[in-house]
Write a protein that binds this ligand. Structure first.
Ligand code: AMP
Length: 218
């Protein structure tokens, strides 16, 4: 099954793609995670990408398309994948269509999560992530029992550099300008499903499974 999760930053794509990954046993591919990994490893790509990420801008299409081509060619993607954070521009969506066509594959569904701006800002500015296990907390909605420490593994929590207030505003602006048109693109292709990203993560997941006609799999 080849799926895309679309939605503004903070709409829950990452969380939902991890739930789906566990249910469907296919990898969740996050271009944001791939870029952050490259940045931590200080590769040429990572250093280049960091400049865009820290400003809340998009990394150029040609770089992202190369990354995704390489990732989707790996063996674990043979039975399908869940794309989280890709495509973010119409050019990326078209490049993905070409990649699918080359392999005679298709997209099974594109899910768009909607959440209002005020809520996105609250979620992103309060988000803290564990350096060790990647668990996500929110200082307002789901704080850790001990400040700065992960409930699951005791790791140190950090704030993403692009989750600072000013960068969040830029990311939302970029989303509206460059990524929102991707929703129309898939609307025209007839594969789009709209799911509200508001509510408890498990409630959203139930809605997601309903939209994908997968409720019986859980
Ligand atoms: P994310 O973790 O999905 O919120 O992505 C974090 C940042 O990585 C974004 O704000 C962009 O700077 C960059 N990024 C991730 N995916 C893409 C993409 N498909 N196209 C361009 N830039 C991306």
């Amino acid at each position: 099954m080849n799926l895309i999760l679309l939605g503004p930053p903070g709409s829950g794509k990452g969380t939902q793609s991890h739930f789906l990954k566990a249910t469907l046993k296919i990898p969740s591919v996050s271009t944001g995670d791939l870029l952050r990994q490259a940045s931590r490893q200080k590769t040429g790509l990572g250093v280049q990408a960091e400049k865009f990420i820290n400003k809340g801008r998009l990394v150029p299409d040609d770089i992202i398309i190369d990354i995704i081509k390489e990732r989707l060619a790996k063996k674990d993607c043979e039975k399908g994948y869940i794309l989280d954070g890709f495509p973010r521009t119409v050019a990326q969506a078209k490049a993905l269509d070409e990649m699918l066509l080359e392999k005679s594959e298709k997209l099974d569904a594109v899910v768009n999560f909607s959440v209002e701006d005020d809520e996105l800002i609250r979620r992103l500015s309060g988000r803290r992530i564990c350096k060790e296990c990647g668990a996500t907390f929110n200082m307002e909605y789901s704080p850790p029992a001990e400040k700065g420490i992960c409930d699951h593994c005791g790791g140190e929590l950090y704030q993403r550099s692009d989750d600072k207030k000013q960068t969040i505003q830029e990311r939302l602006k970029v989303y509206k300008q460059l990524t929102a048109p991707v929703i129309d693109y898939y609307g025209k292709e007839g594969v789009l499903k709209n799911v509200s990203g508001i509510g408890q993560t498990r409630e959203v997941y139930t809605q997601l499974m309903k939209a994908l006609n997968l409720l019986e799999v859980t």
